[in-house]
Design a protein around this ligand. Structure first.
Ligand code: MG
Ligand code: MG
Length: 259
């Protein structure tokens, strides 16, 4: 069931989204060669704690997961696409990192992700990350009243495919509100003009995932959580929580530089 949000609820979701934005900004600033993924998780925990927010990731256990998620961020390095568990692994020169973070504040949830490189970036990774951001921007631009879910999916998929990248099936965006994952699903590839019409008050997480090698294949790592590319190529992920309003898409997890 799809729940449309009132303007007041969207404002409350913006407050939750701002905590996520601050956490991602802090993690990105802390990330460097030699810093561990657990240390990055600790940075995000500090931002959530200070804001009085809780983590919708911590203890989360969807049907596919063998264990409750043990952290407040997903940290996915290099060939990991999404859902990486933060470990003692220390970032190395040229690593490509995706950080996904959620926050729950006053009963509302925000969800957002960024990808970036540490140390000296490989040019191919820079292009991959830029394309993920561009795919996200295209998806957000299509999130307007009068369009349908398929228009968002098509906009995302087109940017990814035209750049020659793969798209993991079965994972994508989602409705969001009092729970992190609500209806509808928001695929990263699809046909324009199809699917649910977008209405004022619909809030969705839009999250392109790109496979650098161009194939779509992926598999779960032995930890049961981390999704890795089948061809060993690197992957990028970008996500924002977006409200559809009469005035256009409103990004609730925008990252302000003052954060
Ligand atoms: Mg997320
Ligand atoms: Mg999400």
């Amino acid at each position: 069931m799809v729940e449309l949000k009132t303007d007041t609820s969207i404002d409350a979701m913006y407050a939750a989204g701002q905590v996520v934005g601050r956490a991602l900004t802090a993690v990105r600033e802390a990330a460097d060669v030699g810093v561990s993924l657990l240390e990055l998780d600790e940075v995000a925990r500090g931002v959530l704690r200070e804001a009085g927010a809780s983590s919708p990731f911590l203890g989360y256990r969807p049907s596919f997961a063998p264990t409750p998620f043990p952290a407040v961020v997903c940290a996915s390095v290099n060939d990991a696409i999404v859902h990486g568990i933060p470990t003692a692994y220390r970032l190395r020169d040229g690593d490509l990192v995706s950080i996904d973070c959620g926050a729950e504040l006053d009963g509302w949830v925000g969800d957002s992700a960024i990808s970036f490189t540490v140390g000296r970036p490989r040019p191919a990774d820079t292009r991959l990350v830029e394309t993920a951001e561009r795919a996200l921007a295209a998806g957000i631009a299509a999130a307007v009243v009068g369009n349908r879910i398929g228009d968002i999916a098509h906009a995302i998929g087109r940017v990814c495919r035209e750049a020659g990248y793969g798209i993991p099936e079965d994972f994508g965006g989602h409705g969001i509100g009092r729970r992190m994952h609500e209806d509808p699903g928001v695929p990263n590839e699809g046909r324009p003009g199809r699917g649910m019409p977008l209405r004022r008050g619909l809030v969705i997480a839009i999250e392109p995932m790109l496979i650098g090698g161009g194939g779509d294949g992926y598999h779960a790592a032995p930890d049961g959580w981390t999704l890795r590319t089948n061809d060993g190529s690197r992957a990028a992920h970008a996500e924002h929580t977006v409200a559809i309003t009469e005035a256009g898409p409103r990004v609730l997890t925008e990252r302000n530089s003052k954060a």
